[in-house]
Design a protein around this ligand. Structure first.
Ligand SMILES: Cc1ncc(COP(=O)(O)O)c(C=O)c1O
Length: 391
């Protein structure tokens, strides 16, 4: 237990323990099938490049509508590989939102390119296309860097504004790489994340909506032509016979055990996505008048990797919820351009929407095994906490 004996709804219903992310219930549900998958890897012994890898790649492509998929060691590897393949290098500017996980910026810097931070839309929390245009114009006017790529992030699972950003990328000849690390299951106009940009990186970190039992990720492509080069970079830059180095690469491979786990989790993903969406609908309904839940652009459905909302008194509400047995998290309290590793790339003027969001953002418990009663309990706690700050 989390130190709180009974979590009661107003109607005297005990809602039980609330987890922020619940991997145990999911494991109980599919444990036998996962064990069979792990056993199969032990039996065939191909721990690297086992048959599970190709099976997973085919299923990921089928599920998302992408032309193909490349299984990787992590979401970070899945970001770096397409950037290297696109020739992104020293002297290049790569545009990314200032409100993201540090891995997005790290991937850019590891290629030798320079990150250019873009502000976000205060309602969707995703890259603001108007600010992107402004930043591209600034880089062009200064002339020191070549605008080379843009990496929108599907924050918390909500698709970025690919309609606008694809057009901007086309007009400015930028390579468009989607950071869908948090986005698996998100859709825009019916198309899944993975099929919304020429290249999409996703993460299967255990806590993600589709998570492995260790580190893993994948690159999804709308174009079969890119796959061979990505696979080569993933395997130390070797040719398909794995004899000669044909480009610079590294060990970016996923192992067979992780692929086996992911195959079983993918089999229940649609049901889990439906359950996440049902919880999000309760939160939306209950919280829209109290705070500002993340909005999704027209035609978009979130994969609800996380459910996040901006609110006044964020830290006090988090403390009140913790005392009531409802865990929360803050992603992110510091914008990328204010972190020591990246501050030298900060723009001269503040990124207002990003900086304000860092003070107000909070993520609530979100997973497919959360019950409607638990979601209502979280909302009751938020309502009570906010009312106490008004008094
Ligand atoms: C937005 C974003 N990009 C990239 C990553 C990196 O993924 P991984 O941890 O699998 O390398 C993450 C992981 O949390 C992320 O949230």
């Amino acid at each position: 237990m989390n130190g709180v004996a009974n979590l009661m709804l107003a109607g005297d219903t005990d809602v039980g323990e609330i987890a922020f992310v619940d991997l145990k219930s999911q494991q109980r549900r599919i444990r036998a099938r996962i064990e069979a998958r792990l056993q199969a890897v032990l039996d065939h012994g191909r721990y690297i490049a086992g048959p599970e890898i190709e099976e997973l790649e085919a299923l990921l492509a089928e599920k998302t509508g992408a032309a193909g998929a490349v299984a990787c060691a992590s979401g970070t590897a899945a970001l770096i590989i397409p950037l290297l393949a696109a020739g992104v290098d020293t002297g290049d500017a790569v545009f990314l939102p200032a409100f993201s996980y540090n891995a997005t910026a790290n991937a850019v810097l590891l290629t030798g390119a320079t990150p250019v931070f873009v502000d976000i839309d205060p309602a969707t929390f995703n890259m603001d296309p108007d600010d992107l245009e402004r930043r591209i114009a600034e880089v062009k006017a200064r002339g020191a860097l070549r605008p080379a790529a843009v990496i929108p992030v599907d924050l918390f699972g909500s698709p970025a504004d690919y309609r606008s950003i694809s057009a901007i990328a086309d007009r400015n000849n930028l390579f468009l790489l989607a950071d869908g690390a948090q986005g698996f299951g998100g859709r825009l106009d019916g198309a899944w994340i993975g099929n919304l940009a020429p290249a999409t990186a996703t993460s299967f970190f255990p806590g993600k909506a589709l998570g492995a039992y260790g580190d893993a990720g994948a690159i999804l492509s709308q174009n079969l032509g890119t796959l061979e080069q990505w696979m080569s970079i993933r395997w130390h830059g070797t040719d398909s016979a794995r004899k000669n180095s044909v480009c610079v690469g590294f060990n970016g491979r996923m192992d067979s055990f992780q692929a086996g786990v992911l195959l079983e989790k993918l089999a229940i993903f649609d049901e889990e996505l439906e359950a996440r969406t049902m919880i999000a609908e309760i939160y939306d309904r209950r919280l829209s008048n109290l705070a500002s839940p993340q909005r999704h652009i027209e035609g978009a459905q979130s994969g609800y990797g996380y459910y996040s909302v901006r609110m006044d008194h964020r830290d006090d509400v988090a403390a009140a919820l913790k005392a009531k047995g409802a865990p929360t998290a803050v992603y992110y309290s510091t914008p990328l351009h204010k972190m020591p590793a990246f501050e030298k790339f900060a723009p001269a003027e503040p990124l207002t929407a990003t900086e304000r969001l860092c003070e107000e953002i909070i993520s609530l418990p979100m997973h497919p095994y959360l019950t409607p009663d638990q979601a209502h309990y979280v909302c009751d706690c938020i309502e009570a906490a906010l009312a106490s700050f008004r008094d």
